[in-house]
Design a protein around this ligand. Structure first.
Ligand code: SF4
Ligand code: SF4
Length: 290
């Protein structure tokens, strides 16, 4: 079973939920956890894992042959990233850091003056602790193509999960509803949408659940820190009821979250109250299984 953990707004506790679920699933099943939040991966910190490099991720970038180039400027016209600067009568200038490797310039050049080369944009790491097999992607600082790194993480995590015969694959996605999130949601059997009782979190939750519906993936909601704003928590309950989406867990806020980060230990290993809550969430997900 492949489960994505998402939620829209950043800081709602997706990584805490992902690592806690992974530890609880791993007590009974072979479990892989994929950290697809490639701009800010932190699952390894919460699980106390020292990651090992698995593979380097490259992205295509164009290379110009100025012997063939007629200085027509078409490549600059098609580049939506403004990575090609063209001044009439001059050869195009390339701004490597802005290129996302879409290949539009290659396709449009009438002189075949552009060929492919590559640059390093990220690294995929692996590691293991608490019986959780972690596959973690990390975008290189300053690079833009996070969707590309997420796709590579997904590809390699599929391979690794097959090798270790993982029964449960959890995917911790980035915040928001952009390219990297969409790339990490596709192909999952179930979506866990993590939210908190605030207006902005509810707004983003609705967008994530819209995506889940669009891809035809069943979803359940976890309300983190539900006891910090009970009135707004009721708003989320009302919304979930109206949309017929299950609330599969409610997590109270305790100082243990801070301890978990400081001690680099999952919260379910620190406080038995959380262990019980996540055991129940695991059972709930299994019963909700599509
Ligand atoms: S499209 Fe081709 S020929 Fe035209 S400026 Fe670009 S590289 Fe040169
Ligand atoms: S590959 Fe795409 S983003 Fe990169 S320079 Fe060419 S058109 Fe621009």
């Amino acid at each position: 079973m492949k489960i994505a953990i998402t939620g829209g707004k950043g800081g709602t506790g997706k990584s805490m939920v992902s690592t806690s679920l992974a530890v609880e699933f791993a007590r009974k099943e072979k479990t892989a956890l994929v950290d697809a939040d490639v701009e800010c991966p932190n699952n390894h910190l919460l699980l106390g894992i020292k990651r090992k490099k698995y593979i380097t991720v490259h992205q295509m970038i164009p290379k110009w042959d100025f012997d063939k180039c007629t200085r027509c400027g078409k490549c600059a016209d098609v580049c939506k990233q403004d990575a090609i600067v063209f001044v009439k009568g001059k050869y195009p200038a390339f701004v490597k850091d802005l290129c996302i490797g879409c290949k539009a310039c290659l396709v449009c050049c009438p002189q075949n003056a552009i060929t492919e080369t590559k640059k390093e944009i990220g690294i995929i790491y692996t590691g293991k602790n608490y019986n959780v097999n972690l596959i973690s992607g990390e975008l290189k600082i300053g690079e833009l193509a996070s969707g590309e790194v997420v796709s590579e993480v997904r590809k390699h995590s599929n391979k690794i999960s097959k090798e270790i015969e993982a029964e449960i694959i959890l995917v911790d996605s980035a915040a928001g509803v952009g390219c990297p999130v969409i790339a990490s949601l596709i192909g999952n059997d179930y979506i866990v949408a993590v939210t908190e009782p605030t207006p902005s979190a509810l707004h983003d939750l609705k967008r994530v659940l819209y995506l889940a519906d669009h891809f035809g993936i069943k979803a359940g909601i976890i309300i983190n820190k539900f006891d910090l704003a009970k009135d707004f928590y009721l708003e989320i309950e009302k919304f979930a009821k109206k949309e017929n989406i299950s609330i599969i867990g409610k997590i109270p806020y305790r100082k243990d979250f801070v301890d978990s980060t400081i001690k680099m230990k999952p919260v379910v290993e620190i406080n038995s109250e959380y262990k019980k809550i996540f055991e129940e969430i695991v059972n709930r997900i299994k019963s909700e299984k599509p």
